[in-house]
Design a protein around this ligand. Structure first.
Ligand SMILES: Cc1ncc(COP(=O)(O)O)c(C=O)c1O
Length: 407
């Protein structure tokens, strides 16, 4: 069997590759772990999460600014993972709903280490959020500023602005939160005066400037991201009381061969250029970058057959368990856990299909795969973020297991 290093698989790394012809992840035999459970299984590597966290912290340290790192738990809210992060003391947590707040508190994060940035926030939501005076709350509209002011006049708040420039994976518009098209997120320059006046009218002090301009940006998009950062920071001119600038998340990771990973030294240099001399704490709240490549979804092959001239392999989990490929056209990388035909030169195109009655329920079309048979296990890579967390019970096929690999 080829070693992972020489195999040429773009996704192989020290903790992910074939060992003696079997897929190994975080020091564990993936097929062996999957055999112990019935049905779809998510595996998460704590070590990989911590490595990713460390890379971001190193980048932040290189900026020379004081910094705060919040993990965006919307990406993955598995409790053992959240508890491990809280124990590590390496990050706070970014939340977007009152239920996320409850989970973050229950998993060991203090309110002062939690930052809320949500959308469509109701008065019911506000009642639960404002019960925690130490919670950082970023308002993403004028109405929210007003209602926070009505409930808790004189409070410190953050404001989410929309710099009208943004960036997303592969320039995908659905992953771009600020840009050419008007989005629901943040306060635009056009309404800025009214936003400031509303905060003033209720005695609110704006302590945080927040913007999140898109998801999944990679190295080749850093120039566009820098332009968005510069446009966002321009709002600081009107904010004398700001102590923290929160740049949101959005740091991306490779999804297919040819994707170039973010160079964190370049990323940090951009931030240094724009922030040096400003007396503010730099905050970021990545989700994907921390957890996505730290997770696999392991499925079983239920059937293999030709339809016309296409070989279909059906598996026991559909797009409802990891919706991003269907929602955002994100590439999906299926890997046979024990390739029956180890030499990739011999692999043939196979279309991997889920078990949901929807035409879009295709994990990967015409993907080179080894020979497959019923009962074989296939791991879908990069499913540690926005997979289980976004899953649904469509067709009542929403059941799955999750396991955190702690060592
Ligand atoms: C406000 C905010 N912060 C952080 C994130 C996390 O983004 P990502 O997982 O791409 O880093 C999101 C994602 O949508 C967001 O909306």
């Amino acid at each position: 069997m080829r070693s992972p290093k020489s195999s040429g698989f773009w996704w192989a790394r020290d903790d992910l590759g074939f060992v003696d012809g079997r897929l190994n992840f975080a020091g564990h035999d993936v097929a062996g772990l999957a055999a112990a459970v019935d049905g779809p299984l998510f595996l998460y590597s704590q070590a990989r999460v911590m490595t990713n966290m460390g890379r971001v912290r190193e980048g932040l340290a290189q900026t020379g600014q004081q910094f705060r790192l919040y993990y965006a738990m919307k990406a993955n809210r598995f409790e053992p993972l959240l508890r491990a992060l809280a124990r590590s003391g390496l990050c706070g947590v970014d939340i977007c709903s009152p239920n996320e707040l409850d989970r973050a508190l229950a998993c060991g994060f203090a309110a002062a280490d939690i930052s809320f940035t949500g959308t469509g926030v109701s008065n019911r939501d506000l009642q639960r959020l404002l019960a925690h005076p130490e919670l950082n709350i970023n308002c993403d509209g004028i109405g929210m500023i007003r209602r926070v002011g009505e409930h808790t006049p004189g409070r410190d708040i953050g404001v989410r602005v929309n710099p009208a420039l943004g960036v997303g994976y592969a320039d995908n518009e659905r992953l771009t939160y600020a840009g050419q098209h008007v989005t629901k997120f943040g306060i635009y320059r056009e309404q800025w005066g009214e936003a400031l006046a509303t905060a003033r009218a209720h005695g609110l002090t704006i302590r945080t400037l927040h913007f999140h301009v898109g998801c999944g940006y990679l190295d080749g998009q850093l120039a566009d991201w820098e332009a968005a950062v510069a446009a966002g920071l321009a709002f600081l001119d009107d904010l004398p009381d700001v102590t923290t600038v929160n740049l949101g998340g959005g740091l991306g990771l490779p999804h297919r061969a040819g994707d170039v990973a973010l160079d964190m030294a370049r990323w940090a240099a951009i931030l240094k250029r724009h922030l040096s001399g400003r007396n503010v704490t730099l905050a970021v709240e990545p989700g994907d970058y921390i957890v996505k490549d730290a997770g696999l979804l392991v499925l079983s092959v239920t059937n293999v057959e030709m339809k016309c001239d296409v070989v279909f392999a059906s598996v026991d989990g559909g797009f409802n368990l990891a919706p991003e490929p269907a929602f955002y056209d994100l590439p999906c990388e299926p890997v046979a856990c024990i390739p029956r035909t180890p030499d990739p030169e011999t692999w043939r195109p196979v279309t991997i299909a889920g078990n949901i009655n929807e035409a879009l329920d295709i994990w990967a079309a015409e993907q080179p795969m080894p020979a497959l048979a019923e009962g074989d296990r296939i791991a879908l890579l990069n499913t540690g973020g926005y997979a289980a967390a976004m899953s649904s019970d469509h067709c009542m096929r929403g059941a799955f297991s999750e396991r955190l690999l702690e060592a």
